[in-house]
Design a protein around this ligand. Structure first.
Ligand SMILES: Nc1ncnc2c1ncn2[C@@H]1O[C@H](COP(=O)(O)OP(=O)(O)OP(=O)(O)O)[C@@H](O)[C@H]1O
Ligand SMILES: [Mg+2]
Length: 440
């Protein structure tokens, strides 16, 4: 394959979302202007159950097809990916760490060390730590600090949420990718990636819950005061709705899925009494007409159950009152009519639909909520890349440091942030630059 030549400073970052219903590979090009989506591969996959790999061969096949399609479209060779992981084996616990500030001013290395310390707690032998997500930093006696780099002090503390996962589940994701000759740069909690793609910094600041309802799992992530305060995964999703329809209307799963997508509605009262749909029969039975209301009567209790479990989860965290920005719903299952309305009723707070934003390029291919995780994985990878560059720049001898480029980046970031243009493209680059500025 002929590869495109790319400017020296740009880098390819690939997100690999291995979901319960599909594998999506998203190729992004990261440069000082932000992230440009170059290619997408999307392949149905039945190799997972409730977010966890259950058939290696099927999963490997879907991954290699998705990667092949994405690299053909992007015209680049994919070697390294950021892979998502989910499933009800995910747990969240708090921890903290303390470190001396080596040079009187906090550096990225001090932050790395203090986070390393927060990770040093015993976890069960069959589990591993996926992320140490900082809730706040403390410099000497000043708490509530989001980014301590550059601050003066002698003692740096951190409070984190540790996300842990069953090692075997993580290993299976890595094994599947490796069987496709891919290197996994990092395994990322899926809702963390989705949140990256759909949330604004303001929402994180004032408190928000992001809920990703996929095929097999419903993921919950809560931000309070700009930091992640809770993460969990519930093993129900859109596939349960399809199974209910299949049983309730006595029709095959594939038909139930089609009917759900075309005619489904989460709220019975949004459906007119006279509306009818045609349901194909099973085993040679002829098709029959059914009131659309019957369909929504099957769907409604399952959706109600999902939101009731979520409400309980949020209440149990004690953070219900702190979610001033309410809830952002994403994942394929929220495409069902009436989902946001129903969620508002049960959760008792404002709810909006979360679509992936913050990227340019062929965004029409990743515009739906089912691509939030794939796009978010690219954004996560891009952020990791910039931090890695920052570290190596800090370690390089002074005369080789790219100060000029950094200054230019800062200036452009400033102007992008200050430009009060409400066009989506600008909003996106504003978000990107905010994040880039924070990273620098
Ligand atoms: N138009 C639609 N209307 C209703 N439901 C839809 C629609 N499109 C997709 N879905 C549902 O969304 C679900 C798939 O969502 P998504 O692609 O986010 O899941 P996934 O990432 O494969 O799974 P998971 O994240 O749970 O591992 C399926 O249950 C599918 O039926
Ligand atoms: Mg998903």
């Amino acid at each position: 394959m002929r590869m495109k030549t790319r400017i020296e400073t740009s880098e390819i970052v690939v997100g690999l979302d291995i979901g319960t219903t599909k594998v999506t590979a998203v190729v992004g090009e990261v440069d000082s202007d932000g992230i440009t989506i170059l290619g997408v591969g999307n392949v149905p996959c039945r190799g997972l159950r409730k977010g966890v790999v259950s058939n290696i061969d099927w999963t490997v096949r879907a991954i290699s097809e998705a990667i092949e399609a994405a690299q053909t479209m992007a015209g680049v060779e994919i070697r390294t990916v950021y892979a998502g992981v989910a499933g009800s084996h995910i747990r969240c616990q708090s921890s903290d760490g303390v470190a001396a500030i080596a040079g009187g001013e906090v550096t990225r290395n001090d932050v790395d060390r203090v986070l390393e310390g927060a990770r040093a707690i015993p976890v069960d032998a069959d589990r591993q730590i996926l992320h140490a997500l900082p809730r706040e930093f403390v410099v000497d006696n000043q708490d509530g600090i989001r980014d301590p780099v550059g601050m003066s002090g002698v003692r740096l503390g951190v409070k984190v949420n540790l996300v842990t996962a069953a090692t075997s589940c993580v290993q299976n994701v890595v094994r599947c990718a490796e069987r496709c000759s891919l290197i996994v740069a990092d395994v990322v909690l899926e809702p963390l990636a989705s949140a990256e793609a759909v949330l604004s910094e303001d929402e994180k600041e004032i408190g928000v819950a992001v809920i990703d309802i996929g095929g097999g799992t419903t993921d919950l992530l809560i931000y309070v005061d700009g930091g992640i305060a809770h993460a969990s995964v519930i093993p129900v999703g859109g596939n349960n709705i399809t199974a209910d329809i299949s049983a309730g209307l006595r029709t095959p799963m594939a038909e139930a899925e089609r009917i759900k997508r075309n005619f489904g509605c989460a709220l019975g009262r949004m459906v007119g009494d006279e509306e009818e749909i045609e349901v194909p029969g099973v085993g040679g039975h002829s098709p029959r007409k059914v009131a659309r209301r019957v369909l929504s009567d099957i769907i409604e209790p399952r959706v109600e159950e999902i939101f009731a479990v979520l409400r309980k989860r949020i209440e149990d965290t004690g953070m219900l009152e702190q979610l001033s920005a309410g809830v952002v719903l994403t994942g394929g299952a929220v495409l069902l009519d009436g989902m946001t309305e129903f969620a508002e009723e049960i959760l008792g707070m404002p709810v909006r639909l979360g679509l992936p934003v913050g990227v340019r390029g062929i965004t029409q291919l990743v515009a739906g909520p089912q691509y939030a995780t794939g796009v978010g994985l690219v954004q996560y990878g891009a952020a990791a890349l910039i931090q890695a560059r920052e570290r190596s720049a800090a370690q390089a001898p002074a005369h080789t440091r790219p100060e000029l480029r950094k200054t230019a980046v800062r200036e452009r970031a400033q102007s992008a942030v200050e430009a009060e243009d409400i066009s989506i493209e600008r909003q996106k680059s504003g978000r990107f630059w905010n994040w880039l500025r924070a990273a620098f």
